[in-house]
Design a protein around this ligand. Sequence first.
Ligand code: DAH
Length: 330
Amino acid sequence: MNELINRINSSASLDELDKIRVELFGKKGLITSEFAKLKSIPADEKKAFADELNKRRDVFNEAILAKKTELDFIELKARMKAESIDVTLFDESRDIGALHPVMSTMDNIIEYFLAQNFSIETGPLIEDDFHNFEALNLPKYHPARDMQDTFYINDKRLLRTHTSPVQIRTMENSKPPIRMICPGAVFRRDMDLTHTPMFHQVEGLVVDDGNGVSFANLKHILEDFLRYMFGDVKVRFRPSFFPFTEPSTEVDISCIFCKGKGCRVCSHTGWLEVLGSGEVDPNVFKHVGYKNVSGYAFGLGVERFAMLLYGVPDLRSLFEGDLRLLEQFK
Ligand code: DAH
């Protein structure tokens, strides 16, 4: 009996324990066959025999139950350990989103100008005629207004066609020196391969007292900025016209696809137009009451930068929300 109890207590698994239970209580088990003997035992010995047998059965049962509880618990602990999930582990199979190429391009542009001590300004998307046109030296009926097909809300209010009105708002609200950029959405009635009704610009304005700011400063920062964005490119300043700058210049970089040799993207010119800029027109300063100051301004289209940087051929595809396109920018 002691030997059996020892075997029960030292069982290493539920299987092993169950084998012992069958040895004792199975059809041909030790205890079972002892009970079978009861029939043939003389009546006066029956009670003592049965009592003794019941006692033994109880002792074995208790021992088995105790061991089973212990082994159940060990097995449960092992299972919990095996099936546990480390919620702090990084699940590489999970799909995580990515910045939209237009936003990451914008972030990149902002980062450059922040490092050059520019502040970031914002303005309303619904503008008035004064800030969007008039104060930028674009009087009513001036033909230059046709350069930008405008969404009008009523006679006085419109969706801003460029971020340039933020130049005016910033000058109205502060004194020189000013060194700001304004990133943001703008709107025009236009839709083709290279135009969408909503797109993004980054505007820049630098103003200082007297003759503190020159065209040389403008050239320097834009050249440096464009090389930061596009790598080792040539930068060319081409005379142009904007109502709010005088002199005005459009800025080209040597084509990043053919290295200036001429290809379809650059219309075989070897150059890509990427920026508008110039010295702030005195009429603009007049509208905000600035006297004796000098400054330069520039404006660029973020989507145009993104298309060139990522080689996106159709601007509209950037706004269709097609995952097959967006997943390429992870
Ligand atoms: N506002 C112009 C546009 O939307 C871009 C621009 C050109 C902004 C020259 C400027 C600038 O500040 O100096 O086409």
